[in-house]
Design a protein around this ligand. Structure first.
Ligand SMILES: NC(=O)C1=CN([C@@H]2O[C@H](COP(=O)(O)OP(=O)(O)OC[C@H]3O[C@@H](n4cnc5c(N)ncnc54)[C@H](OP(=O)(O)O)[C@@H]3O)[C@@H](O)[C@H]2O)C=CC1
Ligand SMILES: CC(C)(CO)C(=O)C(=O)O
Length: 292
């Protein structure tokens, strides 16, 4: 398949590196410098000695693709949607963002849409190099559309070294990931720690457990099962710098509104610790001058 990946960041470069094994990959970027480097040198996946040949184009140079995979952050989705709307009406589009902020916007696109959750850890080192910091899977589910062609698409993407799995229920899939992100992302960002510290430091573990309980209540999930899965992800990604901590370290806005903010919107019970954490991240963003 001709696969277009929009966004040459951590998840975009990681996905491009693996999908290039079986598909003709083009990475759509917004900086001419990154386009030139990818076309000249290919992608470098930390554990491989040879570079991986893929094409790169600027996002406004989009050509016809069999599939588009959107790997920008929540805060950049609004810039990408008009570009997608101009592409072939039949081209399926996969959105891989954490959080739920994008969901209500996606009905505006006419194409068949899938949403996905990334359970890998990925860290872009430079314009062409990405480190696979935690091995996981990508789950995909169809949104507002019939399942079967997209189920087949998922199996075309699947490969042993980089698995894709189809989920029947997009909301449950996103909510399960949301719960994990409401616990891990803001705490690691506030305390400037790698994911593993949330179990190694007993005070952080208590905070994580309290946030997990509030999120499980808000999302109608069983606390024990939720806490087990949060701990499992922390162990699997213990050396990972969460995407929210990366944003804070690099003085960029975070995805807090689409993650914790969304949970506060839908919760019918008070979730005071979650609200405290939300305001704490907003306070850091404000201190850094990220709002006008
Ligand atoms: N990294 C991880 O381990 C994980 C990430 N995720 C989720 O995946 C999503 C992507 O995260 P991640 O890859 O880490 O983010 P990054 O910040 O590493 O990458 C985002 C990329 O989007 C590019 N971009 C932004 N706007 C545009 C635009 N208009 N046109 C083209 N490209 C654009 C940025 O370009 P530029 O380089 O020029 O800034 C950047 O390369 C997020 O929702 C995140 O929460 C989920 C699980 C794990
Ligand atoms: C699973 C986790 C927490 C891995 O770091 C993630 O999704 C992120 O960093 O955004």
């Amino acid at each position: 398949m001709k696969v277009g990946i929009i966004g040459g960041g951590s998840v975009g470069l990681l996905s491009g590196s693996y999908l290039a094994n079986d598909h003709e990959v083009t990475v759509y970027v917004r900086r001419a410098e990154q386009k030139t480097m990818i076309n000249d040198y290919g992608l470098v996946l930390d554990q491989c000695s040879e570079s991986i040949r893929v094409n790169a184009l600027l996002v406004n140079e989009m050509v016809s693709e069999d599939l588009l995979i959107v790997c920008v952050k929540q805060q950049h989705i609004d810039n990408i949607l008009p570009i997608i709307q101009q592409t072939n009406y039949h081209t399926p589009v996969i959105f891989l963002q954490n959080g739920m902020g994008h969901i209500d916007k996606l009905h505006r696109t006419g194409q068949p849409i899938m949403v996905g959750t990334v359970e890998h850890g990925a860290l872009r080192r430079d314009n062409i190099t990405v480190q696979h910091t935690g091995e996981g899977i990508i789950r995909l589910a169809a949104l507002y559309t019939s399942d079967s062609p997209l189920r087949e698409l998922t199996s075309k993407l699947n490969q042993p070294a980089f698995p894709f799995v189809f989920s029947a229920d997009w909301k449950q899939m996103l909510h399960e990931k949301l719960l994990i992100n409401t616990v891990i992302n803001p705490l690691t960002a506030l305390f400037d720690v790698a994911n593993g510290q949330l179990l190694e430091n007993s005070y952080l573990q208590q905070l994580a457990s309290v946030l997990c309980r509030e999120a499980a209540t808000a999302l109608n999930m069983d606390f024990n099962a939720a806490w087990d899965s949060v701990q499992q992800v922390i162990r699997n990604t213990k050396k990972n710098v969460s995407s929210m901590l990366k944003d804070i370290r690099e003085d960029r806005g975070t995805e807090i509104d689409s993650i914790t903010g969304y949970l506060m919107q839908i919760s019918t019970n008070p979730i005071p610790n979650t609200e405290f954490i939300y305001r704490s991240i907003k306070a850091i963003e404000t201190k850094k001058g990220l709002y006008p």
